[in-house]
Design a protein around this ligand. Structure first.
Ligand SMILES: [Zn+2]
Ligand SMILES: [Zn+2]
Length: 339
């Protein structure tokens, strides 16, 4: 099969013919129908602390159709079934795997990092971590379930959202997903802070009630729009300095949920956070119940996340689209799909 394969730092992915995947116990092989590029994929091809080895096939945000069933696959999965998957191949046997939380499985492999991913025509999926895609949910939407589950997980971790003045820092795919879920769960205000005004305007399609310019007087502007300071803040960018910024902007008793993936030290003055009795939470991953919830909400037309997709490319154009995302202009979610 054809795959877009990581070569080395500074070189684009290469389109190569690689060995077809073979299903192991509990696994199915899918034909990839749509797969998104994630910020983590970009990190993994440049950042020394998380660099993947040459030959890695990235891609963990995908949907696909079953073309082969391996031995011992549980349930009634059959060829032709439509699915999307959590980005893990778990052991299927430990308590986290059995309860739909394979992120915590000590033996898990991460798809697109430890196990070849969706930047290929076919991929291995462990049936235990897969979710059936309803017929009315398109392949493209199916590829959005994983990033939306990262956002949903963060919002659920925050606990109570309803009635709150919420600030979402960053209008990338994760920030827009967070805005969507905050609106969905009844926030009073969902204000997105963003440096790029075009991106910020996009946020209205996903439930944002307003936006502030991150380069300007964001705190004063937030106050003007909502009548108060943020009671709940989601940091969805992941660059140093933002934790201190969150503490500075937060209301007394506020909660700050960190979803932005930052690989560098970031400092803030604890006393300032203490004076406001702020609590911090750090969110990563997602679980099976969240995947199912999102697929169900898409099928029921309760959410419309299709506008997240700004670019659709073929597998052969994926390496160019991947490199372009290092300096995005208009792009939000870029998917590859077979012709
Ligand atoms: Zn991702
Ligand atoms: Zn396990």
């Amino acid at each position: 099969m054809k795959a877009a394969v990581f070569q080395e730092v500074g070189k684009p992915l290469g389109i190569e013919t690689v060995t077809d995947p073979q299903p192991q116990a509990g696994e199915v092989i899918i034909q990839v129908k749509a797969c998104g590029i994630c910020g983590t994929d970009l990190h993994a091809t440049v950042d020394p602390t998380m660099l993947v080895p040459a030959g890695t096939v990235l891609g963990h945000e995908f949907s696909g159709e079953i073309v082969e069933i391996g031995p011992g696959v549980p349930g009634d999965w059959k060829k032709g079934d439509r699915l999307c998957t959590l980005p893990f191949i778990g052991c299927g046997d430990c308590v986290p795997c059995r309860t739909g939380e394979p992120w915590q499985c000590p033996g898990k492999g991460i798809i697109g990092f430890d196990v070849p991913g969706g930047f290929a025509e076919y991929a291995r999926v462990h049936a235990n971590e897969a979710i059936r895609l309803p017929e009315t949910v398109s392949w493209q939407e199916g590829a959005l379930v994983e990033p939306l589950a990262v956002s949903l997980h963060a919002v659920r971790l925050a606990g109570k959202v309803e009635g709150k003045r919420v600030l979402v820092i960053g209008a990338g795919a994760i920030g827009l997903g967070v805005a969507n879920w905050c609106n969905f769960f009844g926030a009073r205000d969902v204000i997105v802070s963003e440096r790029d005004p075009n991106r910020a305007r996009q946020a209205q399609k996903f439930g944002a009630t307003g936006f502030v310019d991150a380069r300007g007087e964001a705190a004063a502007e937030f106050q003007r729009l909502t009548g108060g300071a943020p009671e709940l803040i989601f940091e969805c960018v992941g660059v140093p300095g933002l934790l201190a910024r969150c503490v500075e902007m937060a209301a007394y008793g506020a909660e700050i949920v960190v979803v932005g993936f930052c690989m560098q030290p970031d400092t803030f003055v604890p006393a300032l956070a203490m004076l406001k009795e702020i609590s911090f939470k750090f969110s990563i991953g997602n679980n099976k119940a969240e995947f199912q919830f999102i697929a169900d909400m898409m099928a029921a037309d309760r959410i419309n996340m299709r506008p997240l997709i700004t670019d659709l490319v073929s597998l052969s154009d994926l390496p160019t689209a991947f490199e372009a995302l290092r300096r995005p202009v208009h792009q939000c979610k870029v998917l590859w799909e077979p012709k």
